[in-house]
Write a protein that binds this ligand. Structure first.
Ligand code: NAP
Length: 166
């Protein structure tokens, strides 16, 4: 069955980014992102994709990259582009029925996508950092929370899964 998920990491005050980048560098912190998304579909906003492309000079390897943009097209970068999140999700469900779909940021995709996702894979990082984009507030009572793994080095952080109550 098709699964639509959301995956994000945030620091204190739900900060997810600053100045077009992720404002922390914690070795190993992204290992759950890599593990869960590899072989699956990642859907992201244009700015998030541009940041990745600038760093890697290519889309996220081993994943179907779908970018949401009303101003640019990325088909020449071996990606799919849609102008709405809904179109991207509908396309993924139709074209890749065996894959999981991960809504992967930034701020407005999380805001819109949180209601579509049956699970939220969140990394909660115990750091105060300056931010200009944030993960949206959501009602924790609508979910079952499970702390999957906790880390203390080099900072304290944890992998948490919120599963939507049906
Ligand atoms: N911590 C994390 O887990 C995480 C994950 C992802 C990103 N980030 C951080 O988040 C920041 C980027 O996020 P952001 O919110 O500024 O930008 P973004 O969502 O990555 O990109 C914004 C652009 O995407 C398109 N877009 C986004 N939502 C849309 C929607 N609902 N409908 C139509 N188009 C939409 C628009 O592109 P057009 O203007 O081309 O139409 C918009 O200008 C960076 O700092 C990044 O490092 C953090």
């Amino acid at each position: 069955m098709q699964k639509v998920f959301l995956i994000a990491a945030y620091a204190h005050n739900r900060v997810i980014g600053f100045n077009g980048a992720i404002p922390w560098n914690i070795p190993g912190e992204q290992s759950r992102f890599r593990k869960l998304t590899t072989g699956n579909v990642v859907i992201m906003g244009r700015k998030t994709f541009d940041e990745i492309f600038q760093k890697l000079k290519k889309p996220l390897p081993g994943r179907i990259n779908i970018i949401i943009s009303k101003t640019k097209s990325y088909s020449d970068a071996d990606c799919y582009t849609f102008s709405t999140l809904k179109d991207a999700v509908d396309f993924s469900i139709k074209e890749f029925p065996e894959k999981d779909i991960f809504i992967s940021g930034g701020e407005s995709l999380y805001k819109e996508g949180i209601s579509l996702a049956e699970k939220l894979f969140l990394t909660e990082i115990d750091m105060d950092v300056k931010g200009d984009v944030f993960f949206p507030d959501f009602n924790e009572n609508d979910y079952v929370k499970n702390i999957e793994e906790e880390f203390t080095e080099p900072v304290s952080y944890r992998y948490v899964t919120y599963t939507k109550l049906s």
